[in-house]
Design a protein around this ligand. Structure first.
Ligand code: NAP
Length: 119
């Protein structure tokens, strides 16, 4: 299992201005402070700790370095549950596009589109 966009993909072109920004979540910030890590490191650690491979993207050398440093701490069971509790049911798997006046998921007509049950 691989997490693409594990940091919430804040810079994806189809992000809306009013959507919640994962890395700015105050609860995540509080957990990060407790471990003296960043919010990004906490969500990456959360994924790795449950056996999910992560593909984070950054054009910022210090962040690339930071994103590798997630193997020197462990989240407690309680903090794992706190991160899980951040799930608001938002799904950003593929962009929505306008077609014949309707908002549809890009690629939804593809014979192997795998996410029909995800929405
Ligand atoms: N094959 C597929 O279907 C597929 C689908 C989705 C994604 N992907 C790939 O997966 C990779 C990741 O996806 P993504 O770019 O959508 O999302 P992402 O990794 O969740 O988020 C990238 C964003 O997080 C910022 N960021 C990175 N490290 C950070 C840190 N330590 N602190 C704060 N902000 C940080 C980046 O900023 P800066 O770059 O400005 O530092 C960028 O704005 C990409 O290489 C993408 O191509 C592939």
């Amino acid at each position: 299992m691989t997490a693409y966009s594990p940091l919430g993909s804040g810079d994806r072109p189809w992000a809306s201005a009013d959507e919640p920004r994962l890395l700015d979540d105050p609860k995540l910030g509080a957990i990060a402070e407790k471990y003296q890590k960043t919010a990004a490191q906490v969500v990456l650690r959360w994924q790795v700790q449950r056996g999910v491979v992560c593909v984070p993207k950054s054009v910022t050398p210090s962040r690339i370095q930071q994103n590798l440093q997630v193997c020197d701490f462990s989240l407690s069971e309680e903090d794992v549950r706190q991160v899980e509790a951040l799930d608001r049911g938002e799904r950003y798997i593929v962009p929505a596009v306008e077609r014949d006046g309707q908002r549809v998921w890009r690629d939804a007509e593809h014979p192997h589109f795998p996410f029909h049950d995800a929405f």
